[in-house]
Write a protein that binds this ligand. Structure first.
Ligand SMILES: O=P(O)(O)OC[C@H]1O[C@H](O[C@H]2O[C@H](CO)[C@@H](O)[C@H](O)[C@H]2O)[C@H](O)[C@@H](O)[C@@H]1O
Ligand SMILES: [Mg+2]
Length: 273
């Protein structure tokens, strides 16, 4: 994923389909336009930029008080058909929401754990581990660049040092070749990472939808970034709802947009009350 051409093609295809249905793709909505009758939905939520406001570093994110409870309550309303689908590793999600017991897919779809605790993980290789160490050591000399160890993925953030973007791109390109074909270079919001090749967030949504308690429900997927696009496509394919969060003007396959994570949080509060 991450190919704008593919995205554009899909956007045009979506747009035609929606025109036939008398609706327009990616309509701007406020949180009040999101469904409040949620009982028949399966809800898939991205974390950073969707549930949580973007912060200056990965560790600086703030979980608003009451949010873990609201998420647990929504999951209960849905008989467990709520999953967090994130670029974060599952270990970090467990730190953010310690008692939530939610279904989760981490590393952009590469790893997963269902509500009963069954899990799928990715094994690393010695080349990958050497690449991770090299990135950690190199960026330790670059003030402002933040290294993130994500287990079977690793990232470098240049949000606090935008002038480092180009050298970081060169370094990450080198590392992509060095670690071998099991990992791909992934762009994000002022971050470059190497993530496992294979399953994306769309595959994660489809896999959850094949089993209880998700199967037979209408999917609703929410996200804010390029790795959420396969999840939007998957939800659309299942005649579900897809919502892109944020004010940016990028084309998206999502059928709806809301302005900010606070809209998403307000919707979760309202819909699960
Ligand atoms: O799929 P997501 O749940 O949205 O995770 C995507 C990435 O989010 C994190 O990075 C982003 O958020 C940080 C905290 O707000 C911000 O500092 C950074 O600039 C953003 O790129 C996370 O650190 C990554 O591992 C996730 O892949
Ligand atoms: Mg996000």
């Amino acid at each position: 994923m991450g190919c704008p051409f593919r995205l554009n093609l899909h956007f045009n295809a979506m747009h035609k389909k929606d025109s036939l249905l008398g609706a327009s793709a990616s309509r701007r909505a406020n949180s009040y336009a999101l469904p409040t009758q949620i009982a028949s939905l399966a809800v898939f939520l991205d974390i950073d930029g969707t549930l949580l406001d973007i912060a200056s570093t990965p560790e600086a994110v703030v979980v608003p008080p009451g949010m873990p409870f609201a998420l647990a309550r929504m999951s209960e309303r849905l008989d467990g058909a709520l999953a967090l689908v994130t670029g974060r590793p599952i270990e970090f999600v467990d730190r953010l929401f310690p008692d939530a017991e939610l279904a989760v897919s981490g590393l952009h779809g590469a790893e997963w754990r269902d509500g009963s605790g069954n899990a799928g993980r990715v094994k690393t290789t010695s080349e990958f581990n050497a690449g991770k160490l090299r990135l950690r050591q190199e960026v330790a000399r670059w003030p402002g660049v933040v290294f993130e160890d994500k287990g079977a993925a690793f990232a470098a953030h240049y949000r606090l040092a935008p002038e480092r973007e180009m050298p970081l791109r060169d370094l990450m390109q080198d590392l992509t070749e060095a670690v071998g074909s099991g990992w791909v270079l992934q762009e994000g919001k002022q971050v470059l990472e190497l993530r496992p090749r294979g399953r994306d967030k769309g595959d994660a949504l489809m896999a959850f939808m094949e089993a209880e308690p998700f199967s037979g429900r209408q999917p609703l997927a929410m996200g804010d970034d390029v790795t959420d696009e396969p999840m939007f496509m998957a939800a659309n394919r299942l005649d579900g709802l897809s919502v892109r969060v944020g004010e940016d003007c990028r084309q998206s396959c999502a059928r709806y947009r809301v302005a900010s994570p606070s809209d998403v949080r307000a919707w979760i509060e309202r819909a699960s009350a």
